[in-house]
Design a protein around this ligand. Sequence first.
Ligand SMILES: [Zn+2]
Length: 166
Amino acid sequence: MRLVREEIFGRVEESLKNLDEARATLGDEIKLSAVRYMLASMVLTLGRGAGSTFYRAGFDIGVYKAEGEGVEGLEEALEYIKEKFMDTKLGVIEKAEAKDDDSVEIVMKESATAAGYSVDEKLCYFQAGFMAGVLRAATGDRWEVREVECVAEGHDACRFIAQRRG
Ligand SMILES: [Zn+2]
C-alpha cells in the first residue's frame, strides 16, 4: 500500500493529538540514543541510497509542515526552520542568512544526527531536505540545500548552502 504525503503525515498528526493519554508516562519524548540506532540500522538497510532517502524524507515533511502552517516567503521560512529545529531538537540554528535573493547560508550546532560523530562524512541529509521542503513550500520555487561542512567531519558547526533553482 502506497500512501501519499498528506495521508501518512495526517495519520502522524492524528496520532500525536492525545499523547497525555496514549503516552501518559513518556509523552512527546524519545532519547537521541534510540533515534541514532534506528537511523544507523536504516543506513545498513538502505546502503548507498541512505543520504538521498533521508533528504527526501526531510523534504516531504518540510513541505507538509510549512504548507500546513502557512509559512510564506523567504524570511518566514528561515524563521520557521530555526524555531522547528529548536522545538524538535534537530539542531540549534545559529545563523540563517540570505546572501542574496537566491542563496542562503545556514549554520547549525548540536546536530541530532551528527554531533559527537567523527566519521569523515556528512550526516545531516535529513535536516538539509527539511530546509529544502520548507523553502519550497514557502516560496513556490525549487531549492537545493547542500551541507558543505559537517561536525561529523571535524568542523565546529554544520554549514548548509541553499540555492534557489527556480
Ligand atoms: Zn552535519
